[in-house]
Design a protein around this ligand. Structure first.
Ligand code: GDP
Ligand code: MG
Length: 370
């Protein structure tokens, strides 16, 4: 059942709480401002005040946020989304930085790389790869817990001079649980003590059989520091992506996931959105988790204003009313009213969930009032 407090109901009808309580008394319902009432009672009160009833349900939310499935002919191939995982100090950050420098679009005038939690690399041949650079496992698992499966491919970094460590094992477990294919980057191969053969054998113990040993796991010997074989790693990612046949329909209202969100001085709430299908444009009205907004500006990973962003493109969105959480969905909706309704509905649901956890507060409150 759905609940709303008397105070909130009054607020939404733009009526005084006292008047609502009085009206309810006439109906034989004794209630206080903070008391929750069920949807049927609320409906009677709303009618009593002569207001229009607009009950938003889970189904309306679903209708509002998820349109029809795409037809096969509308699907276009999209860039792979890659998360880099591995043990601390094995070179995740260094590898992300090194890969970022392979971007041929990076040298364009005025382009200063911004940290927005994700970036896109354009390769010589025109192919693109999107990298999530939110800190490894935490982001990956947290986002998965919140229902966002944004990663297509995991690049597992293993330092050639250190081998498989606890966080490497964790990363393997998470990737397998999410059924995301793994490419292994054996890093620090510039070091004299590097022993890539040993790493391959260790991988066997974790049921990752390298191609060289007759399996299907691509293993690349790289060095983030010496910039060794980064192109080979990118080729491997593109090859894996091809096998996955990644595609999306760019010609529909945008849907995606929040990769990062924060409140910034002078800019308001800012979120990095990874578009998963459709195209987001300046002026679009959207819901992001339990928040809503209208796109005031879109910025790419180089800090430049852009007009629109399609599938697999990470983009910074300005124009949020509040700050959503990483892993929340981002969905462009029909209009302001729908956006507000869905956001309010979700906020109410979240509040109810915390109230339910807090115990029988509302019931006890009710008895103490009578
Ligand atoms: P992270 O904790 O996985 O993000 O690892 P970092 O990228 O911070 O790297 C940890 C340390 O390893 C730093 O001192 C890096 O300079 C060093 N490092 C990273 N990649 C390489 C590499 O390819 N070769 C060598 N020799 N050192 C590296
Ligand atoms: Mg790091």
């Amino acid at each position: 059942p759905e609940f709303i407090t008397v105070g909130e109901l009054a607020n939404r009808m733009a009526e005084r709480v006292g008047d609502v309580i009085k009206a309810m008394m006439k109906m034989g319902v004794m209630a206080t401002q903070n008391q929750t009432i069920d949807a049927d009672t609320a409906e009677l009160v709303i009618e009593e005040f002569g207001h229009r009833i607009n009950r938003v349900s889970e189904a309306d939310v679903e209708d509002g946020i998820s349109g029809a499935e795409d037809k096969a002919e509308d699907l276009k191939s999209r860039a792979p989304v890659v998360t880099i995982m591995g043990h601390v100090d094995h070179g995740k950050t260094s590898l992300l930085d090194a890969l970022r420098q392979t971007d041929v679009a990076g040298g364009e005038a005025g382009g200063i790389t911004q940290h927005i939690g994700a970036y896109q690399v354009k390769l010589e041949g025109g192919d693109q790869i999107t990298f999530l650079d939110t800190p490894g496992h935490a982001a990956f698992t947290e986002m998965r817990m919140r229902g966002a499966n944004v990663t297509d491919i995991v690049v597992l970094v293993v330092a050639a001079d250190d081998g498989i460590q606890p966080q490497t094992k964790e990363a393997i477990a998470h990737s397998k649980a999410a059924e995301v294919p793994i490419i292994v980057a054996i890093n620090k191969c510039d070091k004299p003590e590097a022993d890539p053969g040993r790493i391959r054998n260790q991988l066997l113990e974790h049921e990752l059989v390298p191609e060289e040993l007759g399996g299907d796991i691509m293993c690349l010997e790289v060095s983030a520091k010496a910039k060794l074989n980064l192109d080979k790693l990118e080729e491997a990612i593109l090859l894996q992506a091809e096998m996955l046949e990644l595609s999306a329909n760019p010609n529909r209202r945008a849907e995606g996931a929040i990769v990062e969100a924060k409140l910034e001085k002078g800019r308001g709430s800012v979120a990095t959105v990874l578009v998963q299908r459709g195209t987001v444009r300046v002026g679009d009205v959207f819901v992001a988790g339990a928040e809503s907004g209208r796109v005031r500006a879109l910025l790419n990973d180089k800090g430049r204003n852009i007009e629109e962003a399609g599938p697999s493109v990470p983009v910074e969105v300005l124009g949020l009313q509040g700050t959503p959480q990483a892993g929340d969905d981002f969905v462009v909706v029909r209009d302001d009213t729908q956006a507000r309704e869905i956001a309010e509905y979700r906020q109410r649901k979240a509040k109810e969930a915390t109230q339910a956890i807090a115990g029988r507060g509302t019931l006890e409150q009710m008895f103490s009032q009578i």
